[in-house]
Ligand binder design. Structure first.
Ligand code: NAD
Length: 363
């Protein structure tokens, strides 16, 4: 099969890590008989330098016409870059919001997986880690508190600020369907997280999630209050498979989940629309402090490419092969500087990409 991929290297370490992800995808293509056609576009600071804005309509249109988007990262050194002496809507990160909105990406998927080899970096005690954890946070990305009406004004002589949290049943249903679809491909467990003891929006959330669950009898659904979920993540993370939740709860819980893996350079993410289309990117930023030094860990981007194959191209076997290759390279003791530990061999960005690509199709 031929797949059209829009590639957005972005700024900082973006071009270096995306190069390694393409290297691995190309190896997958050769081994499994697929071809990936890449169209590169600018976004972020490099687009500001070239066109004066962080994302052009042409770049967005290219992304729309492709099967999926692979993104590195955007942004510069915030305290020390000309890109930040302008209005917020002209800064590099505005490109991210524009592309998410322009492509209708409402479902954010962030896996949190503990690699046995990196257990030392996990801040949890050994007895809590147990057999490890492997979960996905499915966060609604375009509704709720962050997008509701807001104002700050004087009411009865007192300064008052109001933010509104709105969800309709359509918005809840479409993210719930995504959550159950993903769970069906995993261990078939959904934990829907809300605050139904207090919030009306959560009570509607719970009702709609239960309706959707009826269409997925093979998937087990449980409900959990968000405050309990925040505790359970650090008390018994192994219990979770797919955590399904709204925008703000997901923002907070996904950061908590990524912290307990201990290594930001390993975490992939996807943002999807109603179809199979998605934008895939590492969870970390553009790391300007190490850009151009062959020091960046490319694994989060390589794992994002695996998600791209799984969710946008339906290539499960190929995605499995990439994930297995990453585990094998770690098991052999190779590490980039950010995940280095005693007794391991430190390698650069490009060598790590070579090692992982080398494993694809080797067994
Ligand atoms: P960051 O994630 O870029 O870096 C935080 C720290 O982690 C740095 O010390 C960095 O060197 C290290 N790090 C990050 N990724 C790494 C990797 N792959 N390998 C090894 N080390 C890695 O966060 P920051 O410093 O807060 O932000 C830098 C820039 O990135 C800012 O302009 C910010 O706005 C932008 N940003 C972009 C995105 C995105 O494109 N989605 C996300 C977050 C931040």
């Amino acid at each position: 099969m031929n797949y059209k991929i829009t590639v957005i290297p972005g700024d900082g370490i973006g071009p270096e890590i995306v190069r390694e992800a393409k290297k691995v995808m190309d190896k997958v293509g050769r081994v499994y008989g697929h071809s990936f056609g890449y169209t590169e576009v600018l976004m972020g600071g490099c687009s500001i330098d070239a066109y004066g804005i962080p994302l052009t309509e042409e770049a967005l249109e290219t992304a729309r016409r492709s099967d999926a988007v692979l993104l590195g990262a955007v942004g510069g050194d915030v305290g020390n870059s000309r890109w930040y002496d302008v209005a917020p809507n002209l800064r590099p990160e505005a490109g991210l919001l524009a592309i998410r909105k322009g492509l209708g990406l409402f479902a954010n998927i962030r896996p949190a997986y503990l690699y046995r080899e990196l257990e030392g970096a996990c801040p949890l005690k050994k007895e809590i880690i147990g057999d490890g954890f492997d979960m996905v946070i499915m966060r609604e990305l375009t509704g709720g508190l962050y997008f509701g009406d807001r104002y700050t004004r004087e009411v009865d002589g007192v300064m008052t600020a109001v933010d509104t949290l709105t969800y309709n049943e359509k918005e809840i249903r479409r993210i719930a369907v995504k959550g159950f679809e993903i769970a069906r491909k995993r261990r078939r467990k959904v934990t829907s997280v809300d605050k139904a003891n207090v919030l009306d929006s959560s009570r509607l959330w719970r009702r709609v999630v239960e309706e959707v669950a009826k269409e997925y009898p093979e998937v087990e659904l449980t409900h959990m209050l968000v405050d309990n979920c925040a505790m359970q993540l650090v008390m018994n993370p192994g219990q979770f498979d797919v955590i399904l939740t709204e925008n703000m709860f997901g923002d907070i819980l996904s950061d908590e989940a990524s912290m307990i893996t201990g290594s930001i350079g390993m975490l992939s993410s996807a943002s999807m629309n109603e179809s199979r289309f998605g934008l895939y990117e590492p969870s970390h930023g553009s790391a300007p402090d190490i850009a151009g030094k062959d020091m960046a860990n490319p694994i989060a981007t390589i794992l994002s490419a695996a998600m791209l194959l799984r969710y946008s191209c339906d290539l499960d076997q190929e995605a499995d092969a990439i994930e297995k290759a990453v585990r094998e390279v770690l098991a052999e003791g190779y590490r980039t500087g950010d995940i280095m530990s005693r007794g391991c061999e430190q390698v650069g960005t490009s060598s790590m990409g070579d090692l992982i690509a080398g494993k694809i199709g080797s067994t």
